[in-house]
Write a protein that binds this ligand. Structure first.
Ligand code: MV4
Length: 507
């Protein structure tokens, strides 16, 4: 195992990797921008190195400074987390060229999956089902319309270089083609510097189901089963769960071996995820592979009992996976809510401020993977994820009840958060029935995001205000300097009480 690694990330995922390091007795080096000088990931790490000013381009995206930090601290490997440099082939290559270990897939596998058309071709050659469509870029709108005619409308235009939903356009009729192609090209050029666009048959109302894979350097590639990720808004997932209500043991085995085949074809090792669309008839189609640790990995950890991040380190250090595919069976149910500093009542506008109060849930089956503490300043430089609330329970119904209870216990003051929105999702009848697909959230948004509190909420607020006022009055009884005898007696009582509670030393 490594003696020391560097974590090229921030926030909750940096803390998650630090925790894995502690359990493996590996020293953790944090990096930080000036905005994060006092951030929890910096405090928790064994060492920390400043990268630069707050903008990512001057800090967390600076390959040169990160490699320099690793060299200066004697780190042997680099964990990239997610986002930032995690899926940049040049970074994985530069880490390797510097004589360090990249805790992730080989640079070649990142490249192979980076182009969506290359990934499609690779999948087709490996016998992996993909959505009907082309792999060649479209010449013009006439060529696009000809392809659409062949597969039948609706079709979807996608950026060849793309992924994650950028440069995508659904086309429902021939008359829409020319304008849609223009828009898709422009978006693709802006996002990826490449305006190549191709066509797929558009799948209506599917679920977004993904398979976690883990591969070592000794030829073992395992599926850790699926995550249901249909509850998303503008390609940002909000709730994820494992397993999926739509996946039987038989389907899990087929999707799992398909994902393993795709990963093998790419020469993949370490942790990765194959994204699929699962249609209403139970047919599944490979979309793309995410060549990194994902935000939602904890739900897989909770139902498989496998620590994905620890295994990332172990695999990178050359260990063998000790599991057999047959013994990896999901147990119980896990749900994750991404708690963000966004205002659901205001079109999910990012909210900024200082965390002034934080109460975290606890009790049976609760996990909080957070990146904030009291005093944390939430700005606009990085993504708005404050932390992830994850629960486990024996059944889906119990997991929903537990998540609802945990969300009620969670209190974050200082910024607007998605917490109340998540409560409404847990209360929703369709969600509770598992009747969800990729358009579900956007369809239900109006009713879920309008957060008028229930009538008894107002009464509770009035009582809370009265209690706080009373507490404030009682606090003032503590005697100020030069207080009267009666008042200082009461101050003595406070001093004794503080002593009893261990808040002061008895001198
Ligand atoms: C699709 C699709 C339907 N049909 N492709 C979204 C991001 C990228 N990973 C691929 N995505 C999709 N590709 C075909 N042929 C549906 C999605 C999709 C989606 C589309 C619109 C709105 C939300 C979505 C969420 C997940 C997937």
């Amino acid at each position: 195992m490594f003696r020391k690694i560097l974590i090229a990330n921030r926030g909750e995922i940096a803390l998650r990797v630090i925790r894995a390091c502690r359990e493996l007795n590996v020293r953790a080096v944090a990096v930080y921008s000036d905005a994060d000088a006092h951030a929890p990931h910096v405090r928790e790490a064994d060492e920390a190195v400043r990268l630069g000013p707050p903008p990512s381009a001057e800090s967390y995206l600076r390959i040169d400074r990160i490699l320099d930090a690793a060299r200066r601290t004697g780190a042997e490997a680099i964990h990239p987390g997610y986002g930032f440099l995690s899926e940049r082939e040049p970074f994985a290559r530069a880490v390797r060229d510097a004589g360090l270990v990249f805790i992730g897939p080989p640079a070649e596998a990142i490249a192979a999956m980076g182009s969506k058309t290359d990934a499609r071709r690779l999948a087709i050659d490996a016998g992996v089902p993909v959505v009907p469509g082309t792999t060649e870029p479209l010449a013009d709108a006439r060529a696009a319309a000809a392809v659409a005619e062949r597969f039948g409308y609706p079709v979807i235009l996608k950026a060849s270089a793309g992924g994650g939903g950028k440069g995508m356009r659904v086309v429902r009729a021939p008359t829409e083609m020319a304008a849609a192609l223009d828009t898709a090209r422009r978006e693709a050029r802006n996002a990826f510097g490449d305006d190549a666009v191709y066509v797929e048959k558009y799948i209506e109302g599917p679920r977004h189901v993904e398979i976690q894979v883990l591969g070592d350097h000794h030829g073992t590639m395992l599926s850790l089963g699926e995550r249901e990720c249909s509850i998303q808004r503008r390609h940002q997932k909000m709730v994820e769960e494992a397993p999926s209500v739509a996946v039987t043991a038989e389907l899990r085995a087929r999707m799992g071996s398909t994902a393993v085949a795709a990963a093998r074809a790419a020469g993949y090792t370490n942790a990765g995820t194959c994204e699929f669309l699962l249609d209403a008839d139970g047919r599944f189609y490979f979309l793309e592979m995410n060549t990194r640790l994902q935000v939602e990995h904890p739900v897989t950890e909770l139902v498989t009992g496998i620590d994905v991040v620890q295994w990332q380190l172990r695999i990178a250090a050359g260990e063998r996976l000790p599991f057999r595919q047959e013994e990896i069976v999901p147990r119980g149910w896990a749900i994750e809510c991404r708690i963000t500093s966004e205002d659901p009542a205001n079109n999910f506008l990012p909210s900024t401020g200082t965390i002034s109060y934080l109460r975290l849930p606890g009790g049976p089956g609760i996990r909080w993977d957070g990146g904030i503490g009291i005093g944390s300043e939430i700005g606009l430089f990085y993504d708005p994820l404050l932390g992830k609330l994850i629960v486990w329970a024996p059944t889906r119904d119990e997991a929903i009840a537990r998540m609802h209870r945990a969300l009620l216990e969670l209190t974050v003051e200082g910024v607007e958060t998605s917490r109340d929105f998540h409560l409404r999702v847990m209360e929703d009848d369709e969600f509770r029935r598992g009747a969800i697909e990729i358009q579900w959230l956007e369809r239900r948004l109006a009713s879920l995001a309008s957060l008028s509190p229930p009538a008894e909420g107002e009464a509770a607020a009035v009582i809370a205000a009265a209690l706080l006022a009373e507490e404030e009055r009682v606090r003032r009884v503590v005697a100020p300097p030069g207080a009267t005898r009666r008042e200082s007696e009461s101050a003595d009582a406070w001093r004794l009480a503080a002593l009893r509670e261990g808040l002061r030393e008895g001198r």
